[in-house]
Design a protein around this ligand. Structure first.
Ligand code: NAP
Length: 243
């Protein structure tokens, strides 16, 4: 690991940091001395998230699907060290025959186009030695029936990660690919349905459980600090690809 790459006093911007994986990244980075800025669309959730981060954090309400607002936000924010993008909305999973193609296009808005906008407008402000960490998902490698669109988004992010690592060098660009993780992403299912899903997926995995946001966050912290890793996607999936 390149010396001096720890997170102490580094400024880390977490887009999607008010909940789930992003919030866990923000909490763990702050606990290692980073100055964290969390961004999400809902001011109330940001407030709660900021209050849960020991050592404090800044919060900004921003719909990252709005390119102009993203450009304005980064122009005002100034220099920083690491950009983490974990923003995501609920998944719409359908067999292809039942897929509304207009809605399917919208699946790319936040996870792909907004991530690209965040990198486009954020990366010019990243200090030397800094990095970008994007988010994909194991569905890209191990899709289930009904996951054609979600898996396509994941594959696109992995390709984007490699392309940006070449184009933005020496800024490093990596991604994390989680398996099923217990977060608000699954809030469009009712509570008992969700618990049944977590239990059945967990029981099918070599590790015997689904992931927690804190499990996945550690991969982001590794990638921010590992000065010799770029263009890579780290899989943290409890062994999903093996079963
Ligand atoms: N959980 C899983 O099982 C799993 C598995 C594989 C991959 N992933 C991926 O991991 C990423 C993080 O998911 P998660 O599980 O941590 O979900 P989560 O808990 O629902 O967090 C999503 C975050 O995105 C923010 N967000 C949503 N729309 C936004 C917008 N328009 N502008 C700005 N921020 C917005 C949310 O905050 P606001 O609501 O305040 O805007 C929230 O902070 C997603 O890309 C997801 O696809 C998750």
């Amino acid at each position: 690991m390149q010396q001096g790459n720890g997170l102490q006093d580094k400024r880390v911007v977490v887009v999607g940091g008010s909940s789930g994986i992003g919030l866990a990244v923000a909490q763990q980075a702050a606990s290692q001395g980073a100055k964290v800025v969390i961004v999400s669309s809902n001011a109330e959730r940001i407030q709660k998230a900021v209050a849960s981060i020991s050592g404090g954090a800044q919060g900004h309400a921003l719909d990252v699907a709005d390119e102009r607002d993203v450009a304005t936000f980064f122009a005002k924010l100034g220099a920083f060290d690491h950009l983490v993008f974990t923003a995501g909305d609920s998944l719409h999973l359908h067999d292809l025959a039942a897929t509304d193609l207009q809605q399917a296009r919208r699946a790319f808005e936040l996870r792909y186009w907004a991530a690209l906008a965040a990198v486009k407008y954020g990366s010019p402000h990243i200090h030397k030695g800094g990095s970008v960490v994007l988010t994909t998902g194991i569905a890209g490698q191990r899709p289930q029936k009904g996951w054609a669109i979600a898996a396509s988004v994941c594959g696109t992010i992995e390709a984007l990660t490699r392309a940006l690592a070449v184009e933005l060098a020496p800024i490093r660009v990596n991604a994390v690919s989680p398996g099923v993780v217990r977060t608000n992403l699954w809030r469009n299912m009712n509570a008992s349905e969700r618990e049944r899903l977590f239990e059945s997926v967990g029981n099918s995995l070599p590790v015997g459980r689904v992931g927690e946001a804190s499990d996945i966050a550690q991969a982001y912290l590794f990638l921010m600090q590992e000065g010799f890793a770029t263009g890579q996607t780290i899989v943290v999936d409890g062994g999903t690809v093996l079963v």
